[in-house]
Design a binder for this molecule. Structure first.
Ligand SMILES: Cc1cc2nc3c(=O)[nH]c(=O)nc-3n(C[C@H](O)[C@H](O)[C@H](O)COP(=O)(O)OP(=O)(O)OC[C@H]3O[C@@H](n4cnc5c(N)ncnc54)[C@H](O)[C@@H]3O)c2cc1C
Length: 418
């Protein structure tokens, strides 16, 4: 007989969304099993920029303090764009923030460790590391759990009142759910590398350098490094590699001359580079009976303004109280399905708003003709000169939670923070 575990909620994926959901449910007294295929939370390059709304949610739960006990992270105070060698847009987040919270740069491993440890303090929480969900278990048209891979007897089955797909941008749960979805490749891919941080730069500024249809993103990372993302045409890695490593170094050096010496010394081969395949995924319905998707599985976003972690975290914080309430009722299945629909109703307008801003920036990145570049530069300059516009653009992405200042009181145990 196949071994099985019974729980109230089974979450597939222990990324920021899945672990935050595990924590939020467990602290409300629910039983939750998080299935995570990797045995460690080591993640290279990914999910380091954490948006102010998520920073605030972490702070409200005392988790920012736990993070700062492990890492002296820095807040990002400034953001600047140079286009064609001229600085066209500068933003000081301290002037825009309605809450006092700023973005931070944080290796994802630390965030995941802190979330997993906080969740493990609650008796209802179980994290199954090194366990991969291989299929959904369905009965009478309802998802009632997942099958996990491995084992002589065909692996373990986890049976749950609600199954959550938090398994990221290549979600197997989404593929197996039968839910309609559309993957849209964007015009670019990004090659990431890390280099020593230039002495002449301050560590609280994120820099974007653009020239025609080429650009470089420069984000501070740990320890004492800069995380650099260079665009290449969609699917163009093979062709780009064919030009040789010197072409990569000179592309980077012409966009960011301050990094030329470090590029010459430290970019020695393609192994030090990591490719981010850029696409977005739209899923019109995030749930079906017994199943809901969160985070990248429900809405893979472009990397513009680092929104992936943010939306995964806010999804979790929004979904948990709705699910916890439904689990306490006698008509559990009906109320769970209503809760997952309500969750999408609350969250999708914010996701779509962020996506809209991101796609506008994706289009701006891809123009190359001289007139179109001039229009782009003009737009950046216009935003730069108008504080109202600056606030409008950034607040639509960075500050979407209802008002509340820094160090506002922690969210009480059974309340709905959104
Ligand atoms: C190179 C790169 C850089 C990025 N930089 C940023 C950034 O700076 N800021 C930002 O906000 N976002 C960034 N992102 C996006 C960000 O990492 C994601 O949006 C975010 O992590 C989504 O969280 P999630 O919990 O939905 O999914 P994920 O973080 O992808 O977590 C999914 C988890 O599910 C697990 N999993 C998958 N399949 C299974 C299975 N079948 N069974 C069990 N477990 C499974 C995976 O191992 C993983 O741990 C970046 C992404 C990449 C690839």
């Amino acid at each position: 007989m196949t071994p099985h575990i019974d729980t109230q909620v089974c979450v597939v994926g222990g990324g920021p969304g899945g672990l935050m959901l595990g924590l939020e449910l467990a602290r409300r007294g629910c039983d939750v099993v998080v299935v995570e295929q990797s045995t460690k939370f080591t993640r290279h390059f990914r999910g380091e920029s954490v948006s102010p709304d998520s920073v605030r949610l972490l702070d409200q739960r005392g988790l920012l303090e736990e993070i700062s006990a492990r890492l002296d992270f820095e807040e990002t105070r400034r953001f600047e764009i140079s286009d064609g060698g001229r600085r066209v847009l500068e933003v000081d987040f301290r002037d825009l923030s309605p809450t006092g919270y700023l973005p931070i740069e944080l290796p994802q491993q630390i965030l995941l460790d802190v979330l997993a440890e906080a969740a493990a303090r609650h008796p209802g929480f179980t994290l199954l590391r090194g366990s991969s969900a291989t299929g959904l278990v369905e009965e009478g048209g309802r998802v009632v759990g997942v099958r996990c891979g491995g084992g002589q007897d065909g692996g373990t089955q986890i049976r749950a009142a609600l199954t959550v797909g938090a398994d990221g941008r290549f979600s197997r749960v989404l593929r197996q759910s039968g839910l309609a979805h559309k993957k849209t490749p964007l015009n670019r891919d990004v090659l990431w590398c890390t280099l020593p941080f230039p002495d002449t730069w301050d560590r609280s500024t994120v820099r974007v350098r653009i020239d025609g249809d080429q650009h470089a993103l420069c984000l501070p990372t740990h320890p004492g490094l800069v995380r650099v993302g260079l665009n290449i045409p969609k699917g163009g890695l093979k062709e780009f590699r064919g030009l040789g490593i010197n072409a990569l170094r000179s592309r980077l050096s012409s966009l960011v001359p301050e990094l030329a010496p470090a590029a010459a010394e430290h970019i020695t081969g393609w192994n030090s580079m990591m490719l981010l395949d850029i696409f977005t995924t739209s899923v019109p319905q995030w749930s079906r009976p017994g199943l809901v998707l969160i985070g990248d599985a429900a809405h893979t976003l472009s990397p513009v303004l680092g929104q992936g972690v943010n939306h995964a975290v806010i999804d979790a914080v929004t979904l948990a109280p709705l699910v916890a309430r439904a689990l306490r009722s006698s008509d559990r299945s009906g109320l769970l399905d209503a809760a997952t629909q309500r969750f999408q109703h609350l969250r999708s307008p914010h996701v779509e708003q962020a996506r809209k801003v991101q796609l506008a920036q994706e289009r701006a990145f891809s123009v190359s003709s001289a007139p179109a570049v001039r229009v782009r530069q003009g737009l950046y300059t216009l935003i730069d000169s108008n504080d109202w516009l600056k606030r409008r653009v950034w607040r639509r992405v960075y500050y979407t939670l209802p008002a509340g200042r820094r160090h506002d009181s922690p969210i009480p145990r059974h309340s709905t923070p959104l």
